[in-house]
Write a protein that binds this ligand. Structure first.
Ligand code: C2E
Ligand code: CA
Ligand code: CA
Length: 788
């Protein structure tokens, strides 16, 4: 065998042989490169790449064959017939394209064998077709074992080539595969050449048309090079542009905020920087790792958009992400995931929800949120058969805090109250702020009403402690109304309304206390509502009337003026006293219409009195806030012709607590009209001295509760003494209210009180237009009383 091969080397022209091997390798490498491209290509591009690959290897094998034949010198004249040459080329291209197609499209182990065998059959077909048209002066004898060896070895290389080719991903595999394919062609030809033995015949080479060696060499070489160059060129250009495209894509992927990760068979093959940042890992760490059920916690559908939890690689806390996934290949082996971090969005949503449900100053629940929670609590309470209680808390005189210490102090107080409520109320409670200084607390379970009473007590205690703000000591206190579930009601809104009613009662009974709801309150609230409707009509229908109560001088007992006190002739309820409807009027803002009515009536009646007594009217704190009050007073004085100096306006201390600036401005403007201003009910209010300093009052009226007690308690006598002293030091005359007895009168006179008002001097009575019956000439209190 070796002698044949060595004989063959003698017979070869080494230039052609080298070219043959070179062309063969070049075309094989090109074909494999094109095949690799075709394997990954989709659509129309795929067959083009595969056919290009087939053409490339077909031409390569074909020219290798002829180059080998040229290199082969049997020592006699030889030549090739054109038909054989062309047929050989066609067969080579067709069969090798078929081999390439098979490798590219068949799956499983059969792929490499089928591809390899078809390939070698193609080489053989090409070879023998050409040999069939080979002209030589002699006879060719073939050695069968060599031929079979050629087929076997070539097939082994071809199969090896396609096996190495594998998934065609790495360049090394492609190169190896190309070399194997080249070896398959080369070994086939070497062994087939070796199998030939020529016995020469004398004479010229046979056949009519023989193509010369040089012509063959040039044309084959040129054609093959063109083909290879074309294929190679296409592959190179494609590689470059696809590399650029990949680079572009990667930049694009890295430029997006979304994390992008690609998996094959569920394992990560690539990821962009955003994804690496999200997962807190390097690309290398992630390669080959599964995505689903490890990095991404399920709960989203395979196809659509959904939310998932992303657990970072470094085991830091998982966070919500939005995941969109899509299969890249038909068999769903490749999947791309786009992952968006939802933390910011969730935070924003959470913040909005929080803002929507909480009060900004205290972070307590606002009214809506509280009601929702209360609903849920009551639902649970009714299924679990547990009681619940609602505490309605209102700060006493909170306006005062704002006015005296400023709004910042007010805010501070509210925040402090909220924090104290939180401290006092632990456990299953919900706390809300439902108004400026109104808080609600719902208690779940417990032993009711005992626990609710205890809670209310604790809250009142806790809120009684003074609050320090910027070195100011702020005194506060709170009143609490309590309602119970299910004893009072089973509706959340009623529970709150009832607690509010109880609170109203607590306020009325002197503040800084708690009160439980009772159904009789409900009735009284309904009653107040009815009363308010009636009063509105009553004012329009002129159902109001005025009583006048005289004020007398202490020194000589002469009447110096009258206080106008309103009465209401209710069509059903009869004559009503102000205590029964003034509060209702204040709650509904009707007090302004009422006050204006009193102002006009008192002025016009007083203007018709025979003697110019002063007339005092009561103006509510709310009315004093009214911007049109001063103009109204002015207009009334002009219309009625009453001298401003005869009108006295009585206000209480609380009038200065609502909006002190506005109250004071109105008071100054009233005073500028020439109207006198009296401080009513003095001593019952809050920081008495500061109110007296705030405005130069023309008169101070000591509240009748002190006068009532002067005969009984030393404390009341001291208070009266102090107020009188205060008035004297300020130069303001003092009037004592509610004087009923001579002893009281005597005491007040001895203390230096200036005026007295009370049943002892005269009861309030309607004089009004009937003032002609009243004789102002009589100057003793009893005469005044009799006169009406
Ligand atoms: P006030 O301004 O302190 O009026 C004096 C009240 O004390 C009157 O009650 C009067 O009848 C009562 N009184 C007078 N002398 C005595 C006495 O010797 N002993 C006792 N026990 N009571 C005496 P009235 O008329 O029921 O008014 C109650 C309150 O209603 C008034 O207290 C005043 O605050 C308010 N009010 C009355 N009329 C008006 C009004 O026209 N407008 C406003 N805003 N409030 C009014
Ligand atoms: Ca009064
Ligand atoms: Ca009074």
């Amino acid at each position: 065998m070796f002698d044949r091969l060595s004989a063959l080397t003698d017979q070869f022209q080494s230039n052609y042989a080298l070219i043959a091997v070179g062309v063969c390798m070049l075309s094989s490498l090109t074909a494999v490169r094109l095949l690799a491209r075709g394997v990954v290509a989709r659509g129309e591009a795929r067959p083009i790449w595969l056919i290009l690959s087939g053409i490339s290897i077909g031409f390569g094998a074909w020219s290798t064959h002829f180059m080998t034949m040229l290199a082969y010198d049997p020592g006699v004249a030889t030549g090739h017939g054109p038909v054989g040459m062309v047929m050989a080329l066609i067969l080579a291209v067709l069969m090798m394209t078929a081999a390439i197609y098979t490798t590219a499209n068949v799956t499983g182990w059969i792929r490499v064998f089928a591809g390899g065998i078809i390939f070698v059959l193609g080489v053989a077909a090409m070879h023998y077709t050409s040999m069939n048209d080979f002209r030589i002066n002699g006879t060719i004898f073939y050695n069968k074992p060599y031929m079979i060896a050629g087929l076997v070895v070539a097939t082994a290389f071809a199969v090896g080539s396609f096996a190495v080719f594998g998934d065609a991903k790495s360049t090394l595999k492609q190169a190896l595969s190309g070399i194997f394919l080249g070896l398959s062609i080369t070994t086939f030809h070497v062994l087939n050449m070796a199998s030939m033995h020529v016995v020469s015949k004398p004479g010229a080479a046979g056949g009519a048309l023989v193509i010369s060696d040089a012509a063959i060499a040039v044309s084959i070489g040129a054609m093959t090079l063109v083909v290879i160059a074309t294929g190679l060129g296409a592959a190179l250009v494609d590689a470059q542009s696809s590399e650029k495209a990949v680079e572009r894509l990667r930049r694009l992927a890295n430029g997006t905020f979304e994390g992008i990760v690609i998996t094959t068979h569920g394992r990560i093959v690539d990821a962009n920087n955003s994804f690496l940042n999200l997962v807190r890992a390097s690309r290398e760490e992630l390669l080959g790792k599964p995505v689903e059920n490890s990095i991404l916690e399920r709960g989203y559908s395979q196809t659509g958009n959904d939310d998932a939890l992303l657990s970072p690689y470094d085991r830091s806390e998982a966070f919500p992400v939005e995941v969109r996934s899509r299969s890249l290949s038909e068999d769903k082996s490749e999947t791309v995931y786009a992952i968006r971090d939802l933390r910011e969005q969730r935070r924003a949503e959470e913040e909005i929800r929080h803002l929507a449900q909480h009060d900004a100053t205290t972070q307590l629940l606002n009214r809506n949120a509280f009601m929702n929670r209360l609903d849920m609590m009551l639902e649970r309470a009714s299924t679990e058969q547990e009681p619940a209680a609602l505490l309605f808390i209102d700060l006493d005189l909170f306006k005062n805090v704002n006015d005296v210490h400023g709004h910042r102090a007010g805010d501070h107080v509210i925040m402090e109250v909220a924090s104290r409520l939180r401290t006092v109320m632990k456990g299953t409670t919900i706390i809300g702020r439902v108004g400026g200084d109104e808080f609600v607390v719902a208690i779940y379970g417990g032993a009711q009403p005992k626990d609710a009473a205890q809670c209310a007590h604790n809250i009142i205690e806790e809120l009684q402690r003074e609050i320090i703000f910027e070195e100011q000591q702020i005194e506060i206190s709170a009143s609490v109304g309590v309602s119970l579930f299910p004893d009072d009601t089973d509706s959340a809104s009623d529970l709150v309304a009832f607690a509010d009613m109880a609170l109203y009662r607590a306020k009325k009974s002197g503040r800084n206390t708690a009160c439980f709801f009772s159904h009789e309150m409900d009735e009284s609230v309904r009653d107040r509502r009815r009363l308010a409707r009636d009063l509105k009509k009553g004012i329009d229908n002129n159902e109001l009337l005025l009583s006048y109560q005289p004020l007398a001088s202490m020194t000589d007992g002469r009447v110096v003026g009258f206080e106008a006190l309103v009465r209401w002739q209710h069509p059903v309820r009869g004559l009503m006293q102000p205590d029964d409807f003034i509060l209702v009027a204040e709650e509904n803002g009707l007090i302004i219409a009422l006050g204006n009515w009193v102002l006009e009536r008192a002025c016009s009646e007083a203007a018709q009195w025979e003697r110019p007594f002063r007339v005092a009217i009561n103006i509510s704190a709310l009315h004093l806030q009214d911007n049109s009050l001063v103009a109204r007073v002015h207009e009334t004085l002009v219309n009625t012709g009453l001298s401003p100096s005869r009108l006295e306006i009585e206000i209480t201390e609380s009038a200065l607590f609502l909006d002190q600036a506005r109250a004071l401005s109105n008071l100054r403007r009233l005073k500028a009209l020439g109207v006198r201003i009296a401080m009513d009910d003095f001593g019952t209010g809050y920081s008495s001295l500061s109110t007296l300093n705030a405005f130069p009052f023309d008169r101070i009226k000591i509240d009748r509760s002190f006068v009532e007690d002067v005969g009984r308690t030393e404390q009341s006598r001291m208070i009266v003494r102090a107020i009188v002293g205060l008035g004297h030091s300020l130069g303001v005359p003092i009037t004592a209210e509610g004087v009923e007895t001579e002893e009281q009168m005597e005491f007040l006179r001895s203390e230096g009180c200036d005026q007295a008002q009370g049943f002892l001097i005269g009861r309030p009575e309607a004089i009004g237009l009937h003032s002609e019956h009243f004789s102002p000439a009589t100057s003793t209190p009893s005469a005044v009383a009799k006169a009406s």
